[in-house]
Design a protein around this ligand. Structure first.
Ligand SMILES: Cc1ncc(COP(=O)(O)O)c(C=O)c1O
Length: 490
């Protein structure tokens, strides 16, 4: 009997065509080495540079032609250690403040390995990984305060989740015919604050509605959408023959972490007959900390919410989520299967509805496992404490900036994002400071534009970040300021 057919002989020889090793022991040793290296890297992550630029010889290595014959995995892994591992984004590091990127965890890393080992396709059929995803969606709904009947799907991130929400809202507004006929001449319009993430406009573009159909409404001083301006714009558009159909509230704006008046938006949408969607990409996880929940009042009335596990929940990239009040809407938006994917009463074809009926992807990886293992391992309360920790550090940083005459706080700190400027410095100075800190590996800040001026932006998201890391932002920025602004004048 062929060795590949019998477990008993599988270790002795591999069949022609199989990619399994002819001899497992060496690969097993290499696998253990990889795991040890990963743990070592994580344990020591604080000690290295946050980020370092790739040297020319590393970039050049990426121009190699397609290899026609294989290499020893030991050599392939050596290349990974030399060419990839040292040149990551840096978001595992405690002094990465550039963007709202989660820091990841060892448990998430292991879960990712287990998911790859199982290699489940989560587009459909009746198997446990889909139950894991359903469980994760129910937990997500519970975090948001949605009713039990709510449903959802794990997706690559909030960009995709916002896109799914736009398609669901479009289907709800125009009925099933839109799936065959498109929107025709109907001019559907969407409303969001000026602080909304750019992926909302992109979702409208991808849905065939055009990014210009997004009306960006002014914000108040706290960065929250002006409800009166929104109501005015709705009336103007209706009078001009447009068909308003969707309002996107922001719960944690990308630049400053502002949270719209979600209860006010819910009421307005109810009265105006509009789909109410909330982009809570990172904000949603702040609901894990009980005292913050009141700031999100109204989110539980939304028709849909998009958010990420890979940001504040620290799940390794990528994992986002769409939660909808009425899962039937997702089915009405996406379900349509050819015969070869037909449901059956038993066997693998059972288990309705399949994820492919609720979203745009057929083949889907087992993203839910790393979310499930993260929530099981830490529990919602400990994950909420990480959010609280980050927000406390953000307030500490804001307070230090406020009492430092060389620095200027430029926006209120609603959650975990602190925007500031070096006083008296022009836009190039702010950019120069961010670049210098990145290139020296000391810390990673980003820049954005607020009120027409370039500002430095620190997003505190990483569970590894400590008070000393946040204090170092101020001392590092002052050091560079002295080099860029003071020394040249001498
Ligand atoms: C408010 C907001 N919405 C949407 C996104 C996009 O999320 P993702 O990168 O997971 O697609 C982000 C990313 O930072 C965000 O902050």
């Amino acid at each position: 009997m062929d060795g590949h057919l019998t477990g008993a002989h599988a270790g002795e020889r591999s069949c022609a065509g199989s990619l399994d090793p002819a001899e497992w022991r060496a690969l097993r040793i290499l696998g253990h080495q990889m795991l040890d290296d990963l743990f070592d890297d994580l344990e020591a992550v604080r000690e290295g540079p946050v980020w370092q630029p790739m040297p020319d010889e590393v970039r050049t290595a990426w121009q190699a032609p397609l290899p026609h014959s294989g290499a020893d995995p030991v050599d392939v892994y050596a290349d990974y250690r030399r060419l990839v591992a040292p040149y990551g984004v840096g978001n595992r590091h405690s002094r990465f403040f550039g963007w709202v990127h989660g820091g990841g965890t060892a448990i998430g890393m292991l879960a990712e390995m287990l998911a790859a080992g199982l290699n489940a396709n989560c587009g459909g059929r009746d198997h446990a990984p889909i139950e894991v995803e359903r469980q994760v969606a129910r937990w997500a709904a519970e975090i948001l305060g949605f009713p039990k009947e709510a449903g959802g799907l794990v997706l690559s991130g909030t960009s995709m989740a916002n896109f799914v929400a736009v398609l669901a809202a479009r289907r709800a507004a125009l009925g099933g015919a839109v799936r065959e006929d498109g929107v025709g001449g109907t001019r559907l319009t969407t409303y969001a604050s000026e602080g909304a993430h750019m992926c909302v406009a992109r979702a409208l573009d991808m849905a065939g509605l055009g990014s210009a159909s997004l009306r960006l409404i002014a914000c108040d001083d706290a960065g929250r959408i002006e409800l009166a301006d929104l109501a005015g714009r709705l009336a103007t558009d209706r009078a001009a023959g447009m068909r308003p159909f969707l309002v996107v509230g922001t719960a944690g704006s990308v630049d400053i972490g502002a949270i719209d008046d979600l209860a006010g938006l819910a009421e307005l949408c109810r009265e105006a007959g509009l789909w109410f969607h909330v982009d809570a990409a990172f904000g949603a996880m702040a609901m894990l900390w009980e005292p913050f929940r009141s700031g999100f009042r109204g989110i539980e009335q939304a028709d849909s919410v998009a958010f990420d596990f890979h940001k504040w929940m620290q799940v390794p990239y990528d994992a986002g989520c769409i939660v909808v009040r009425d899962p039937a809407v997702l089915q009405a938006t996406f379900a349509r299967r050819p015969d070869y994917l037909r449901s059956t009463p038993g066997g693998l074809g059972a288990g309705e509805p399949w994820p492919v009926d609720l979203g745009p992807e057929l083949s889907r990886g087992f993203r839910a496992l790393k979310v499930w293992m993260t929530i099981r391992t830490y529990g919602a309360d400990r994950l909420g404490a990480v959010v609280k920790h980050c927000c406390t550090l953000a307030q500490r940083l804001a307070a230090t900036i406020a009492r430092t005459p060389e620095l200027e706080l430029v926006a209120p700190v609603a959650l975990n994002i602190v925007c500031f400027r070096v006083a008296g410095g022009d836009d190039a100075t702010q950019e120069g400071i961010a670049s210098w800190l990145q290139e020296t590996g000391r810390s990673v800040l980003s820049t954005t534009t607020l009120g027409g001026r370039c500002v430095l932006r620190a997003a505190i998201v990483n569970h590894r970040t400590r008070a000393a890391d946040v204090d170092a932002i101020v001392s590092d920025v002052l050091d560079v300021r002295n080099v860029l602004m003071v020394m040249p004048r001498r």
